[in-house]
Design a protein. Structure first.
Length: 365
């Protein structure tokens, strides 16, 4: 029996089990088929998923082992060399700059904007006018909201642009699905993402020449079983994850619609004006529903006492992480990182759960 408003209840930050139960028969069969047929590495289910993904996004696609490996392979296939400069926003998960650093690239940090936390395009224009020899630009879709890609590409000119869309699968920019309008788009299928599998998984979508190269690079630069045209990596998407994704891709639009439903209710009912300002050109898929609060630790603890789990993504900009410890001053990133808070927003949340979060947040905040 569902809990009525006014009674205590538990609302998790996410509930993957509920989503699994919705598709238990199909997902269990997907795993069993792989085991029964010894489909583990590469194979027909990976090919099937890549075709489905390509049809969905409207561009060539290749499956890889994670969103992190997608970024690594995307940067590498652009022909970037150690010491090359790449613009990366600091407000993102560590993978975005980490893979650039692992390739020896020189990161030029960019600040975010405070409306939707994507890259500040005014600052990007300033960076390109003041810094010579920028070889690539990375834009990161934040919490389901896409970057302003036309503006970024106009600023970039001939400089290649990589889209980190780990948090925005199924989202749209000016009516176009992610994966259709940049040189390369990188996806993650980690279980916290909009479309997820039973572990790590990822993909790169984009220009066919790049995708063909990544398809080889993810598999040791292989052209035949024991023929290797160049030195590559072991970053293949395995068959089990691919077959799980073969089902999950059929649910993504429904799940994203449900995220938008929940966000719409929050937008109307939460007693705050700090929620993300979704631009008219963006179809937000709300990987996270975020607000900003002054005394975050207190709000988190009070909500926890009421059975509501929350998340903080991210408490530090990447430039301020101990791994980088940059002296760059990124005012927006620092302010957002100190105040950001994510509330439960996941497919199949009940109306009672949504109302409970609203009720308790409005009292506490």
């Amino acid at each position: 029996m569902e809990t009525r408003i006014g009674e205590e209840m538990e609302v998790p930050y996410a509930n993957l089990n509920r989503i699994y139960q919705e598709s238990k028969v199909e997902l269990d069969k997907a795993v069993k088929d792989c085991v029964d047929n010894s489909w583990f590495i590469k194979g027909p289910k990976v090919v099937e998923f890549e075709k489905k993904l390509s049809r969905y996004c409207g561009a060539p696609a290749v499956g890889v082992s994670s969103g992190t490996s997608a970024l690594l392979l995307a940067y590498e296939c652009l022909g970037l060399k150690p010491g090359d400069k790449i613009v990366i926003p600091s407000f993102t998960f560590i993978s975005t700059p980490e893979m650039a650093s692992k390739l020896g690239l020189q990161i030029v940090w960019a600040d975010c904007n405070k409306d939707n936390y994507t890259i500040n395009t005014d600052e990007l224009a300033g960076i390109l006018s003041s810094t010579k020899d920028i070889k690539a630009i990375v834009g990161v879709d934040i919490f389901g909201h896409t970057c302003d890609w036309d503006t970024i590409k106009n600023i970039a000119g001939d400089i290649p642009v990589v889209q980190d869309a780990a948090q925005s699968f199924g989202g749209k920019y000016k009516g176009r699905l992610n994966g259709t309008y940049n040189d390369l788009t990188c996806f993650s299928f980690y279980p916290a993402k909009n479309m997820w599998c039973f572990g790590d998984g990822g993909a790169v979508v984009g220009n066919k020449n790049y995708i063909d190269k990544i398809s080889m690079s993810r598999d040791h630069g292989r052209t035949d079983k024991y023929v290797h045209e160049f030195l590559g990596w072991n970053e293949r998407l395995d068959s089990l994850q691919a077959n799980v994704l073969n089902h999950m891709i059929t649910k993504i639009d429904e799940h994203n619609k449900d995220r938008r439903r929940i966000a719409s209710i929050y937008n109307k009912e939460l007693d705050t004006d700090t929620m993300v300002n979704t631009e008219d050109w963006c179809e937000n898929v709300y990987n996270q529903y975020t607000v900003r609060v002054k005394d975050r630790a207190k709000v988190i603890e009070k909500l926890k006492e009421q059975g509501i789990q929350t998340g903080v993504m991210w408490p530090l900009g990447c430039h301020a992480q101990p791994a980088y410890n940059s002296k760059d001053i990124l005012k927006n990133t620092d302010e957002v990182a100190n105040t950001i808070l994510s509330l439960p927003c996941w497919p199949l949340m009940t109306d009672d759960e949504i109302s409970y979060v609203i009720e308790k947040f409005n009292i506490i905040s």
